[in-house]
Ligand binder design. Structure first.
Ligand SMILES: C[S@@+](CC[C@H](N)C(=O)[O-])C[C@H]1O[C@@H](n2cnc3c(N)ncnc32)[C@H](O)[C@@H]1O
Length: 155
């Protein structure tokens, strides 16, 4: 259903090999998790920092599989959902509308980007900074709540 294609302006990206219907889960990426301390000391100072996701508990996650190869668009056709409570923590990618063969699947990273998007329409408005990034849910990023039967309560 998906393939990787390289372009000069974006590097690798994830593309549709066939048409994909809205709400199709196209990828479930297992993640490598780095502790806050380990990441601050090492990962943050490397190329890894262009790939990692904030995990809800403060750790940083690197998506395996195709998950690290979705490029950014300010009009994303794909959303991602952080699944911290599965047996194996994953990030799940879902197509938001019908996608045609050959179309690139893009997610929305954030308002504050560390690179210049090749399409000026994808550039964040100049006035917006990291502080202006709305919470996960408004960024089309969802985080699964902990299932009720495993919620810890303080007695
Ligand atoms: C998570 S990686 C995505 C995969 C990356 N293209 C690769 O080949 O490894 C993020 C990097 O992709 C590139 N990128 C993502 N979205 C882009 C866009 N809209 N325009 C140009 N470059 C983009 C930037 O170099 C960014 O640092």
């Amino acid at each position: 259903m998906l393939h990787i294609k390289y372009t000069l302006s974006r590097g690798r990206g994830v593309y549709a090999s066939a048409s994909i219907e809205p709400n199709t889960v196209v990828e479930r990426s297992p993640v490598l998790l780095f502790s806050k301390e380990e990441y601050a000391a090492y990962g943050k100072h490397t190329l890894l920092d262009h790939y990692t996701f904030n995990w809800p508990d403060g750790r940083m996650a690197l998506a395996l599989g195709l998950g690290s190869l979705f490029n950014h668009s300010s009009r994303p056709n794909t959303s991602f959902s952080i699944k911290p409570h599965e047996d194996e923590p994953t990030i799940e990618y879902t197509v938001l509308r019908r996608v045609e063969p050959g179309e690139e699947l893009c997610i929305f990273y954030a308002h504050s980007l560390w690179f210049t998007p090749d399409d000026p329409n994808d550039a964040p408005p100049a006035a917006l900074t990291e502080e202006d990034d709305p919470p996960f849910d408004l960024l089309r990023i969802s985080v699964d709540e902990e299932p009720e039967d495993t919620v810890e309560t303080s007695a």
